[in-house]
Design a protein around this ligand. Structure first.
Ligand code: CP
Length: 316
């Protein structure tokens, strides 16, 4: 297995199967710390720098929480408007990262431009973790989600995963790449204008991801093990920020999970949603036996503990 120490986590395109299992194993080892709400000193001499050019609740705070649980330090920004990258100067990623690398030992970056964390990694002498880049990828979210499937269902292999929602979305890209390393079927359901791009499907073909595309949720709801959801009422992920809308579009029932839809689902199936949500996943489902998105959110901290300790070289 390639070393994780000092490694950038930019994409799941090049992740190898045993690397997923390595991170799952470390997550299992660290999980009791989060469960018992303890803080340790594993990363006592390390600092995480958060560079968030787009809003985030989970990704930034889960990384920060993970760092605190491991006894490390955190600095950074959650609004680039308050930095020189977001004011008159529009400071470049190169110049910004040349500063940030002196302020800590690992950077997690979210950006509205696809490829921005990759650009940052070119100039940083410390690891860069992609916290979501435009429509590009969201590797740490999908690591969290696959870990959740493994914990909740015993394995990722052998599972049929319905990915419903906007397939231009960065999570869907990371999911498709990651599943090339597992024995799964990915079932794609999206409104036509949010279909996966031909280039992305070509990449899945090349990588050997087993997928098929369906048009209606009723075709597959009674056979899938995992319902993986993304909104179809979305902001534009190439923008730094979009304000609250006066009127929101409604999600068509074909891309919506409700109590009624779940009556037709396999009893053992689970629902994952990286959140935030709009009306594609109704709160009426929250207390059902299928809902695992709160567990997924918890695992978001555990997986970031695994990732941060791995790229900071604790296990080598
Ligand atoms: N799931 C996710 O990426 O959430 P945030 O946008 O709140 O980080």
């Amino acid at each position: 297995m390639r070393s994780f120490a000092g490694r950038d986590i930019l994409s799941l395109k090049d992740f190898e199967r045993n690397e997923f299992f390595h991170l799952f194993e470390i997550a299992d080892r660290l999980e009791p710390i989060a469960r018992e709400r303890r803080n340790t000193d594993l990363l006592a001499h390390k600092t995480l720098v958060t560079a968030f050019y787009q809003p985030s609740t989970r990704t930034r705070l889960a990384h920060e929480a993970a760092m605190h649980r491991l006894g490390g330090h955190v600095t950074g920004f959650s609004d680039a408007k308050m930095t020189r990258a977001g004011d008159f100067y529009q400071e470049s990623i190169k110049d910004t990262v040349h500063m940030l690398e002196y302020y800590g030992d690992v950077i997690v970056m979210r950006h509205f431009e696809q490829g921005a964390p990759h650009e940052a990694a070119k100039w940083a002498s410390i690891p860069v973790i992609n916290g979501g880049d435009g429509w590009g990828e969201h590797p740490t979210q999908i690591l969290t989600d696959l870990y959740t499937i493994q914990k909740e269902m015993g394995s990722v292999d052998g599972k049929s995963i319905l990915a419903v929602g906007d397939h231009r979305m960065r999570t869907m890209h990371s999911l498709g790449y990651a599943l090339s390393q597992f024995d799964t079927e990915m079932i794609i359901l999206a409104p036509e204008e949010m279909s996966p791009l031909p280039e992305f499907l070509a990449e899945l073909d090349e990588k050997g991801t087993n997928y098929r595309i369906v048009e209606h949720i009723d075709e597959v709801i009674d056979e899938v093990d995992v319902i993986y959801m993304e909104p179809v009422v979305q902001p534009d992920y190439t923008q730094a920020r979009q304000e609250k809308q006066e009127v929101y579009a409604h999600t068509s029932p074909n891309y919506q999970v409700t109590s009624e839809v779940m009556k037709r689902a396999k009893g053992s199936s689970i629902i994952l949603h990286s959140l935030p949500r709009r009306d594609e996943l109704l709160p009426e489902v929250d207390d059902s036996k299928h809902a695992r998105y709160w567990q997924e959110a918890y695992n978001g901290v555990v997986m970031r503990m695994s990732l941060l300790s791995s790229v900071l070289g604790v296990w080598e």
